[in-house]
Design a protein around this ligand. Structure first.
Ligand code: CA
Length: 239
């Protein structure tokens, strides 16, 4: 352990040299150790050999698409995968999430956004290996998964069974996007994967109950074309 840099290791699989350079400079500055490659196949080899703590994966690679990369990686590893996607690759982004990617960042992205996503991916991974906390807190919202109760500013909020199920899935994936398909499949069953309007209705109801300004939600965030994210708001105002 005498190396100059013992930070977590990240594998970057990205064919655009400019983006690799940007990632290299920013991530090394933040204490991460990097492995990088422009090719998907080589990325899978590095993943097996170097066993990085996290993968940043471009979806548009010359030799192998990011969805296939994710499927092949998930055959044997649960390493967090954050996908970099161009706006033109919405469909691939959703497929990559379905294949087991943890999160995504849309190009062009800022380094602060990516660093936040990396932290969430690490935190979520730690949580999965430790005992789960039954009480989730974000700002003034408190969800007790064990007791199936929800409180806002200390007041109990009554939810319907389906509202509970949706909120619980978002809580279990707090700060990460949950795709519409996953929510529909888990709650209504495999035959309902295309009925996104169900979700819009229920999310609308949940926002009416849980958001101060339902039209400008603080917790229940829509990720356009992809799904929903329950934002974790820090409790920093102590007076
Ligand atoms: Ca590319």
């Amino acid at each position: 352990m005498s190396s100059m840099n013992d930070g977590p290791t990240i594998l970057i699989v990205e064919d655009e040299p400019e983006i690799r350079r940007f990632l290299r400079i920013s991530l090394v500055n933040h204490g991460y150790q990097l492995f990088e490659t422009p090719k998907g196949e080589e990325g899978l080899t590095l993943l097996a050999e170097k066993k990085p703590d996290l993968v940043i994966l471009d979806l548009g690679l010359p030799d192998l698409d990011g969805v296939t990369f994710t499927q092949r990686a998930r055959e044997w590893t649960q390493v967090p995968i954050i996908v970099l996607s161009a706006r033109s690759m919405e469909k691939d982004k959703i497929e990559a999430l379905e294949a087991g990617a943890d999160d995504y960042v849309t190009k062009p992205f800022g380094i602060l956004e990516l660093l936040a996503r990396i932290k969430v991916a690490f935190r979520h991974r730690e949580k999965n290996t430790a005992t789960e906390e039954p009480v989730f807190v974000s700002g003034e919202l408190q969800v007790d998964l064990a007791k199936r109760t929800v409180h806002l500013k200390g007041e109990e909020v009554h939810l319907t069974p389906i509202e509970h199920q949706i909120l619980n899935m978002l809580v279990k994936n707090a700060d990460r996007v949950v795709t519409q398909q996953v929510l529909l499949r888990e709650i209504w069953g495999p035959g309902h994967a295309k009925q996104g309007h169900y979700l819009r209705v229920y999310l609308g109801q949940l926002r009416q109950k849980l958001e101060e300004q339902p039209a400008r939600p603080k917790y229940l965030i829509t990720e356009p074309g992809v799904g929903y994210r329950l934002r974790v708001v820090e409790n920093d105002k102590k007076s």
